[in-house]
Write a protein that binds this ligand. Structure first.
Ligand code: ZN
Length: 150
C-alpha cells in the first residue's frame, strides 16, 4: 500500500459518498439511456443535453457498488461543459485505462492530465470490476448518440 493508492481510494470514496451531478433532466431537450450490469446489480440512468457542439449538461441516477457509482460521478465531472470532440477523446482515454480500447494510435494521457479519473486505474487489476467502471461510460455514449449525429 502506498500514498498514491491511498489518495486514489479517497477520491473513489469521496465520489461514492458525494456523487456529482446527480438527478434527472427534462426529456426532451435532454436524452436518457438506461444501463444495467447483471454481474454486480449496478443500475444507472444517464441524462445528457447537447447545445451546439457542447455537452451542456449531464446527470445520473441509479444504484450500485462503489466502483460503478464513483465512476459515474467522475465521468460527469470529466465531460460536463466540454466540446463533443473532447468528450469523445476522454471516453476513448477511459476505455484505454480499462484495457478495452482497440485504437492502436491512441496516445495515453498522463495521470496529471487525467486528473481524478486516474483514481480508477487500479480497477483494471480486478477484471470483474471493469464492467462496473464502464457501465456509466457505455450508457453515456448510448445517450449521447440519441442527441448527436457524430
Ligand atoms: Zn458493480
Amino acid at each position: 500500500m502506498n500514498d498514491l493508492e491511498d489518495l486514489y481510494r479517497e477520491i473513489i470514496l469521496d465520489h461514492y459518498k458525494n456523487p456529482r451531478n446527480q438527478g434527472e433532466l427534462p426529456v426532451p431537450p435532454a436524452a436518457v439511456e438506461e444501463g444495467y450490469n447483471p454481474l454486480c446489480g449496478d443500475e444507472i440512468k444517464v441524462y445528457v443535453q447537447v447545445d451546439g457542439d457542447k455537452l451542456s449538461a449531464i446527470t445520473t441516477t441509479g444504484q450500485g457498488c462503489s466502483i460503478s457509482r464513483s465512476s459515474a460521478s467522475l465521468l460527469t465531472q470529466a465531460v460536463k461543459g466540454r466540446p463533443l470532440e473532447e468528450v469523445h477523446a476522454i471516453v476513448e482515454q477511459f476505455r484505454q485505462i480499462m484495457g478495452v480500447n482497440t485504437d492502436p494510435d491512441l496516445i495515453p494521457l498522463s495521470d496529471r492530465e487525467l486528473g481524478e479519473l486516474a483514481a480508477l486505474k487500479g480497477v483494471v487489476k480486478f477484471p470483474v470490476r471493469i464492467k462496473c467502471a464502464l457501465l456509466s461510460w457505455n450508457t453515456f455514449e448510448a445517450a449521447l448518440a440519441k442527441v448527436t449525429t457524430v
